[in-house]
Design a binder for this molecule. Structure first.
Ligand code: MRU
Length: 363
């Protein structure tokens, strides 16, 4: 997507062919800064400290982290160690495991002398595949927006939570891809952007993306969605996901479940957009089995913002002395989801629905 007229992806290879460049998402929307990853530890830190975030981008960054590790030492011991260290960075998005296992499997089968080139080639291929997948998700999701547009006058109002935009992937985004496709096709859309406390990925990142692309949008506090739905102000919900179980449960940013409940109560279609590497075929019960990241309490007790004279500040917003808890994700049971939008089409959030699209996964 474009930033100030120049096309960017959130991750790319430097002209030297080995350094990895990323947009530092902890600085957005206040500053647009590109930073360089030169070691596998740089890649691990970028994921852990959320310079990059969003399930598909976490996976691709880890894949490049393995490529950087192979430059450091292409031997078996370092291959195993790098896989383990990158795996420990964040627990919930399954794309991390998918990418790392894929890299390890391919690299192990090669002699060490061939591993660096193979690692870079596969990481770049994963990034390109992600772009293509998200483009297809956009085409399938566009049909849902077109249908909603035919049923009403005026813009289609879409609510989204967190950032499942191009910044969270290698381009297009998942939940935002249908929105960008609709906007580019001249279908009037308006997006309700949940601010997504505590880290404000909605207010900081999704709003920034939509503004750059000229998509009409309004940022709302996380608790506004139910009210908007009760008043007929939301036609569709589109969210992304960090892990979908084989039975269609959806794990996504904390608060997604409450939006799905409100959508169900108000008859608003609730769609989850995902690339196939986000499906964890080994898990059936999302609530019992998906590890939920618990992040620092300071993300709840403090907010980060820009003063009117341009200073970045952190301000306490919780009474001193109170404890804060910070579960970063929740699980929405498949029964609350109207459909899963994948690169292969739209299906029901159920084992049967997923197997219909991915028959090769049937035991
Ligand atoms: O904690 P984050 O910012 O990594 O969480 C991101 C999300 O929850 C996204 O909605 C999800 O990864 C889907 S990204 C296409």
């Amino acid at each position: 997507m474009k930033v100030q007229g120049k096309h960017y992806r959130p991750i790319w290879l430097d002209a030297d062919g080995w350094r990895v460049r990323i947009i530092d998402q902890t600085r957005l929307p206040f500053a647009f800064e590109v930073t360089t990853l030169e070691t596998s530890e740089d890649a691990a830190r970028a994921i852990r400290d959320m310079l990059v975030r969003g399930a598909p981008l976490i996976g691709v960054t880890a894949a490049y982290g393995m490529a950087l590790a192979m430059r450091e030492d292409p031997g078996d011991a370092w291959l195993a160690e790098a896989h383990e260290r990158l795996m420990r960075t964040r627990p919930t998005a399954i794309n991390l495991r998918w990418a790392l296992d894929d890299m390890r499997m391919r690299l192990r089968s090669l002699p060490p002398a061939e591993r660096v080139d193979a690692a870079y080639a596969r990481a770049t291929e994963m990034a390109d595949e992600d772009v293509e997948i998200n483009h297809l998700i956009g085409r399938h999701g566009l049909a849902l927006i077109e249908e909603a547009a035919r049923a009403k006058e005026g813009p289609v109002n879409i609510l989204t939570h967190c950032n499942a935009g191009w910044l969270a992937t290698c381009d297009w985004g998942t939940a935002t891809s249908p929105i960008y496709h609709a906007h580019d096709a001249g279908i009037p859309v308006h997006v309700w952007v949940d601010e997504t406390r505590p880290r404000n990925q909605g207010g900081h990142l999704t709003a920034w993306e939509l503004h750059n692309h000229g998509v009409p949008h309004t940022v709302v506090v996380d608790n506004a969605g139910g009210h908007l739905m009760q008043h007929g102000d939301v036609d569709l919900c589109f969210v992304g996901t960090d892990r979908v179980t084989a039975t269609g449960d959806v794990c996504n940013k904390i608060g997604t479940y409450l939006k799905a409940l409100a959508a169900k109560d108000n008859g608003v279609p609730f769609y989850v957009c995902l690339p196939s590497p986000t499906i964890d075929w080994t898990v059936n019960d999302g609530i019992a089995e998906i590890p939920i990241e618990e992040r620092a309490a300071t993300e709840v007790t403090h907010v980060t913002g820009l003063t009117d004279n341009g200073h970045l500040v952190q301000a306490r917003v919780v009474s001193p002395g109170s404890r804060a808890a910070n579960p970063a994700f929740d699980v929405t049971p498949g029964r609350l989801v109207s459909g899963l939008v994948t690169e292969r089409g739209v299906t029901t959030a159920s084992a049967a629905g997923l197997l219909e699209l991915f028959p090769e996964r049937a035991a």
